[in-house]
Design a binder for this molecule. Structure first.
Ligand SMILES: Cc1ncc(COP(=O)(O)O)c(C=O)c1O
Length: 382
């Protein structure tokens, strides 16, 4: 399936997953219905409670969360500069301005709450806390910041399903007023394309559900069962619904999620052990934080952009796929969002990091191939 010897991600679909989807196809009901409802219930219990609305993508989930929170024209939203573009593009879709914030540094690639605090203005309405690579952002500090300034906290959990935060422990996605998850093909719980919005607030959940399906007062499944012969339209919504085959696949895969995350943690420990002491390599976050992350991918930092780019060419020659995230203000569409200080830490981390393959199915041999390739590439790249 892949041109790579070791691809960045690997989707393992087992017989149970296939049967679950076939069962759904045989049922003859494919749009949002009982399987989506069952999936939402199972996700809620996995997360330890809260309302869950399944959606068509992580981007749709962020968009819905911002709309439900009432973020709109004239508002500013604090967003880390080092993230996937959807964390900021959805802010612009609701007519608000993303205000890019710096990260903590090479040891913690997440938003720096102190930097975020400095960028608050009377127009600031919300903060998007991205849990980058599956490592939770400092939610305690961000929650306090939001409470002090009356801001809405939205967690972008696209890369962090199953990550844990604080004592307890609580799952990422349960501290913010709203959280958006992605279930796309590289995420830890992949269904192809999909997502969910999570909130403990009944009113916000009601609004998310309304906007998910055109602002209609009843769903197709309700009407199919004859519960609601008519409907009204009471808001301007979208079609961001999840369909039944994806919910069936998600429900089947959810049963293995914790096992998969445990396997990812072991692979990350092994990577850290083998690459940790290498001259010219820094590994973001500490050993003690590995257990809290759900590990979307594995990132290392090298000396500078030149070394990173040479490393990637050498990895590709060895059949090892890699990637990296440009800082948002480097994109043509986002250049005008660069603040006067130029976001130095996010800019530097973007140039220096390289994401390596990570999948629950990887064995020691695959980890060895990747680490050997990194080692010889760095010798060569200097
Ligand atoms: C941090 C972050 N936010 C949002 C998204 C968007 O999710 P989706 O691709 O499901 O729309 C992604 C996807 O990779 C992401 O990494």
């Amino acid at each position: 399936m892949s041109m790579w010897r070791i691809p960045l991600a690997d989707v393992e679909v087992d017989e149970q997953d296939i049967e679950a989807v076939l069962d759904c196809l045989r049922s003859g009901w494919l749009t949002m219905g009982p399987r989506v409802a069952g999936f939402e219930e199972a996700l809620s219990s996995y997360l330890g409670g809260g309302h869950v609305a399944a959606t068509s993508s992580g981007t749709a989930s962020l968009h819905l969360a911002l709309l439900a929170a009432g973020v709109g024209h004239g508002d500013e939203v604090l967003v880390p500069a080092l993230t996937f573009v959807a964390s900021a593009s959805t802010v612009r879709h609701v007519g608000a301005q993303p205000v890019l914030c710096d990260i903590r540094g090479p040891q913690d690639l997440n938003i720096d709450p102190q930097d975020a605090a400095r960028r608050i203005t009377p127009r600031t309405k919300a903060v998007i806390a991205v849990h980058f690579f599956g490592y939770p952002a400092d939610l305690a500090a961000l929650r306090e910041l939001c409470d002090t300034h009356g801001l809405i906290l939205i967690e972008d959990c696209a890369e962090a399903i199953g990550a844990t935060v604080e004592e307890g422990p609580r799952k990422a996605g349960t501290v913010g007023d709203l959280a958006a998850f992605s279930l796309f093909s590289k995420s830890q719980l992949c269904v192809g394309e999909g997502g969910m919005v999570v909130t403990r607030d009944e009113g916000l959940d009601r609004r998310v559900r309304l906007l998910r399906s055109h602002g209609l007062t009843s769903g197709t499944w309700d009407r199919h069962r004859g519960h609601d012969p008519a409907y009204d339209v009471i808001d301007i919504g979208m079609n961001y619904r999840m369909d039944e085959p994806r919910a069936a696949l998600g429900l089947s895969r959810l049963a293995r999620l914790d096992e998969d995350i445990a396997a990812r943690r072991e692979i990350v420990r092994s990577y850290r052990e083998q690459l940790g002491g290498l001259p010219g390599v820094e590994i973001p976050w500490g050993d003690q934080e590995v257990q809290a992350s759900s590990h979307f991918a594995f990132a290392i930092m090298v000396r500078d952009r030149g070394a990173r780019d040479r490393l990637r060419v050498q990895l590709a020659d060895a059949g090892v796929q890699s990637t990296w995230y440009p800082a948002l203000h480097r994109f043509t569409e986002y250049r005008t969002f660069t603040p006067p200080d130029g976001l130095p830490l996010a800019s530097e981390a973007a140039e220096r990091h390289c994401a390596l393959p990570l999948a629950a199915s990887m064995g020691e041999e695959e980890v060895r191939i990747v680490t050997e390739a990194v080692r010889s590439a760095l010798n060569w790249a200097g």
